[in-house]
Design a protein around this ligand. Structure first.
Ligand SMILES: [Mn+2]
Length: 488
């Protein structure tokens, strides 16, 4: 005890007094641009949650806002996402509150980061190895490090660029902002103790992002805390969302949590008994809840033989005012209905329809989409995702070295086969895959080519026949540019 008092006295004597108390708002994982459940309203919700946090920071006259990564949900946010974010950050700057941030795993680009753009515009500061001082508080940052690179992390980058910058530093408190899963929490991948021991300065608090749930603990004398995400990124994030207020003064560091009001998620559990009338039971259960404007999960358990039309339940939820209707068939295991491909089987009355569809001579992709649209087990809200997955698989399974996938090779005269392989095919495919995020857009475009694809096919047939007719003269012409749609 006496030792402790002496230590406190010692601390107060050798470390500088703070001329004022410092208050920092710690937030993270705002995931702006996330169109959860393909809903534009949910995209706006994520933006609104961030805006609300910034409004609070202004109202409470914070000395700084620290954002511990994943400002954006993707490394390629839309221009709308970027503009909306800029407007919020500009509002914060208008109140003279600095926005200090690091790069999270979701938004991380190859070289220059979105944060660099915002820093250039004067609406954000990218934290790093050189401290950013707020009064007597120094703030450092470490961008998200991939799990495999953690053992290789070089702490010497903090050695003050060799001129003893850090040792001259006279701040009372040093904070480190990171976007990682840290020990001592159970899910940890990087040891807080190691970080604290390895950095060439005392670490008084590690302010974290990445884990979306609020957590707070101490490692030795150092605080280690997650503020939690600002919106629910999944149904698993059931707790009220929050941010942290870090208060630093001469008597120490206090970390308190403040809740954020976000859109409500409602969970409705329905047990289907052996003799249950499925839909009546489910509708009755839904009616017991206020689901207006909420994201609603109906979790079905019980007898596996009872057939449920997901799209009918979805329609009912929408009619009752739900914003997003989600049905999870727990009988197939939690979340399976959300993710797994549902096997398609047509009952007898549908055979006639099937025959008619055959006559339409749809392509492979066309058939896949047709099946999905007709599948009663797939809710309307899941059509986009399912189509993406199925068409994606179709594309993966395709051999793009084959020049004309819809026509049997034997039909093409031998001599022209090699020459008719256009080099541009591979480039097209590579281009489509090179950009992770717009991949969806490209796939969407790919899906949308039904009308064009027969034309492309016909053109190719004509060309090939012409080549056969006119021999080598014709084959020197510019190779045809292929679109992904030509293959679908
Ligand atoms: Mn995140």
């Amino acid at each position: 005890m006496l030792e402790r008092i002496i230590l406190i006295l010692h601390t107060n004597i050798t470390e500088p007094y703070m001329d004022r108390e410092i208050k920092i708002l710690h937030t993270a994982d705002t995931h702006i641009g996330y169109r959860q459940y393909h809903s534009d309203v949910r995209r706006q919700d994520f933006l609104d949650a961030f805006s609300l946090v910034i409004d609070d920071a202004i109202e409470m006259k914070m000395d700084a806002v620290v954002h511990a990564g994943d400002l954006f949900d993707s490394r390629n946010p839309t221009l709308e996402d970027i503009l909306d974010t800029m407007n919020i950050l500009t509002k914060l700057r208008g109140a003279d509150i600095p926005f200090l941030s690091i790069v999270g795993n979701h938004e991380s680009k190859q070289h220059t980061q979105w944060l660099d753009l915002f820093q250039n515009m004067g609406i954000a500061i990218r934290l790093g190895t050189m401290p950013y001082d707020i009064g007597s508080v120094a703030v450092y940052g470490i961008d998200s490090v991939a799990k495999s690179k953690i053992p290789l992390f070089d702490y010497s980058i903090f050695d003050g660029a060799g001129d003893g910058e850090q040792s001259k530093h006279e701040c009372k408190y040093n904070l480190v902002v990171m976007h990682q899963l840290m020990n001592p929490f159970a899910f940890g991948e990087w040891d807080s103790e190691e970080v604290i021991q390895s950095l060439p300065f005392d670490v008084h608090a590690i302010l974290l992002g990445d884990y979306h749930k609020y957590e707070k603990t101490t490692v030795g004398d150092t605080w280690v805390t997650y503020c939690g995400s600002t919106e629910r990124n999944s149904a698993a994030e059931r707790e009220t969302r929050s941010y942290n207020i870090i208060t630093l003064n001469d008597s120490g560091i206090d970390i308190s949590r403040r809740n954020i009001l976000t859109r409500e998620f409602e969970f409705i559990e329905v047990l289907l008994e052996d003799d249950a009338k499925a839909h009546e039971t489910i509708f009755a259960a839904i009616k017991e809840h206020d689901i207006s404007d909420k994201v609603v999960f109906v979790d079905i358990s019980g007898n596996t033989d009872i057939v449920v039309s997901f799209s009918e339940v979805e329609d009912f939820l929408l009619k009752q005012g739900a914003l997003v209707p989600r049905i999870r068939d727990m009988r197939m295991g939690d979340e399976i209905a959300d993710n797994a491909l549902v096997s398609v089987s047509f009952s007898d009355p549908d055979e006639a329809v099937k025959e008619e569809i055959k006559k339409m001579e749809l392509t492979g992709a066309g058939l896949v989409i047709d099946e999905l649209v007709r599948d009663m087990l797939i809710g309307k809200s899941k059509l986009d995702t399912e189509t993406e997955i199925r068409i994606g698989k179709l594309i993966e399974s395709m051999d793009f070295t084959d020049p004309i996938p819809h026509i049997k090779r034997e039909a093409i005269p031998e001599a022209t086969v090699e020459k008719s392989i256009p080099e541009s095919v591979d480039e097209d495919v590579v281009m489509d895959d090179s950009d992770d995020v717009s991949e969806y857009d490209n796939k969407g475009a790919g899906v949308d080519v039904d009308a064009d694809e027969n034309v492309g096919e016909d053109d190719e047939v004509t060309e090939t026949k012409a080549e056969a007719k006119y021999g080598t003269k014709k084959t020197t012409s510019v190779p045809k540019q292929y679109n992904l749609g030509d293959y679908l």
